[in-house]
Design a protein around this ligand. Structure first.
Ligand SMILES: *[C@@H]1O[C@H](CO)[C@@H](O)[C@H](O)[C@H]1NC(C)=O
Ligand SMILES: *[C@@H]1O[C@H](CO)[C@@H](O)[C@H](O)[C@H]1NC(C)=O
Ligand SMILES: *[C@@H]1O[C@H](CO)[C@@H](O)[C@H](O)[C@H]1NC(C)=O
Length: 435
């Protein structure tokens, strides 16, 4: 008896749900029917697809449809239009609309920006599309040095275009051979000039991992207009959008500083470089939790990692002598433990009025988990010293042997034994001298 009751309850519930479904579907159909009166079937498909992806551009596409209707009235055969709904004219209209929106948004976002801070009079002085020269910031770092967090901090500058890891496709390794370095530098220079020609491999790589790609927040905001994100991986669109932004930043973890001098020297590029380095013990503690690191000795082998740190030190010292206003060196521990002073150094260095943006960013990203495939990052004060309590002294002792010179140059103190290492009194961060 009870069983039958349950059966009937279940049956009537399913039936109600089915009825509800029919009502919803009808509602939906009537909406689409309304649309059919002003647009054709294929248009509707586009509209629905756009609504699934991002609502923002639905209206724009409708406007485009109206424009197309008027061209049809002007005498273009309607049949032609029906068969090539997603043809170039249609696409061009969408693209022009997106770019116009971006221009307006950038102007609005910077309406209170003090351009004399940036050595300019007007926004146009910093915008490539109008013949200006943007302010470019290049972050040089290595895996698990806090560079994702730092990159996102710099990306918080209003109307800043972020070229996220353009050397992703080189894999988990440091770029060392002259041939690879040449190719890498060419990519970096081209991207900073918003030239994406010949970067099919980069787009291919990014399109497979949208989590990585979504770090390029400004591009993402404008290109994600449909499910396929085709525009995001279109060199011509990306280039035109990129050229609207007065601030451009880029982060690289695969290129050592000595190779970057060529970019600093290039006056046309007008790049300021920030080197972000980290205690190799904290670095390795963090890397040992990442499987990708096991693939490459450049990532897990302390002697290679620390040779790179020495190389960075030597390069930084030399660059600081030749181009003192082009390079800023920051240790990750300073960024976390002396946030205010470090922030002042960054602001003074960049010549960008970013104080408010940085403060807002830090308000929301300190002690907060920032999720993302490669970016899970909690910026709390205990992060720099986590290694003291999670790595065993045998490993630390070997690492310190391989890293003695690098640690000395960058001002990191040795731990002598297990007790010393884990002691609260032991502060591994010391002063260091570079200029
Ligand atoms: C704009 O910045 C310049 C240079 O940093 C400063 O001298 C000037 O007072 C600022 N103007 C305003 C309105 O804040
Ligand atoms: C750092 O700056 C913030 C915001 O400007 C301020 O609230 C805080 O007290 C400062 N901290 C230190 C240690 O000076
Ligand atoms: C550990 O190193 C410290 C500092 O050098 C030293 O004072 C202490 O005696 C050492 N402890 C042990 C157990 O070796």
């Amino acid at each position: 008896m009870r069983r039958t009751n349950n059966y009937w309850l279940c049956y009537s519930l399913s039936f109600s749900f089915f009825l509800l479904l029919i009502i919803v579907v009808n509602q939906f159909n009537s909406n689409t029917y309304l649309l059919t009166t002003t647009a054709n079937r294929k248009n509707i498909q586009i509209i629905i697809r756009v609504e699934d992806g991002a609502e923002t551009y639905t209206k724009e596409i409708l406007i485009v449809d109206e424009l197309n209707d008027s061209t049809a009235i002007e005498g273009k055969p309607i049949q032609n239009k029906l068969s090539t709904m997603q043809n170039n004219t249609q696409m061009t209209e969408v693209i022009e609309k997106i770019l116009e929106d971006a221009r307006t948004n950038i102007k609005n976002e910077l309406s209170n920006y003090n351009f004399s801070y940036s050595g300019a009079n007007l926004l146009e002085d910093l915008v490539m599309e109008s013949g200006g020269q943007p302010q470019r910031t290049l972050i040089i770092s290595s895996w698990r040095s806090g560079s994702t967090f730092f990159g996102d901090l710099i990306d918080s500058i209003p109307s800043s275009y972020y070229h996220y890891e353009p050397l992703l496709m080189f894999g988990i390794k440091q770029i060392r051979t002259p041939a690879e370095a040449g190719e890498a530098l060419k990519i970096v220079k081209n991207m900073f000039k918003c030239n994406f020609d010949g970067l099919e491999e980069y787009f291919e790589f990014e399109s497979k991992d949208l989590d990585l790609f979504s770090h390029s927040t400004r591009l993402w905001d404008y290109c994600k207009y449909d499910n396929k994100n085709d525009l995001c991986f279109d060199a011509e669109f990306t280039s035109r959008l990129c050229k609207l932004f007065p601030f451009q930043s880029m982060k690289l973890v695969r290129l050592r500083l000595r190779l970057v001098e060529e970019i600093i020297k290039d006056k046309d590029l007008n790049v300021k470089v920030i080197l972000l380095t980290r205690d190799p013990r904290g670095l390795m503690q963090s890397r040992r939790q990442r499987h990708f690191c096991e693939l490459s000795s450049d990532c897990w082998e302390p002697s290679l990692v620390c040779a790179d740190m020495i190389s960075d030190y030597v390069a930084a010292k030399s660059i600081l002598q030749k181009y003192p206003d082009r390079l800023l060196v920051i240790r990750f521990e300073e960024l976390v433990l002396q946030q205010n002073t470090t922030l002042e150094r960054i602001l003074n260095f960049l010549d960008i009025d970013a104080r408010k943006a940085f403060n807002d960013f830090l308000q929301t990203h300190t002690n907060v988990e920032v999720a993302g495939v490669h970016s899970t990052f909690k910026v709390s004060r205990n992060i720099p010293f986590k290694w003291k309590h999670t790595l065993d002294f045998t490993y630390i002792s070997e690492l310190q042997m391989a890293c003695k010179e690098a640690m000395h140059l960058w001002g990191y103190k040795m731990a002598y034994n297990q007790t010393h290492m884990t002691s609260e009194d032991f502060n591994p961060v010391d002063d260091y001298k570079i200029s």
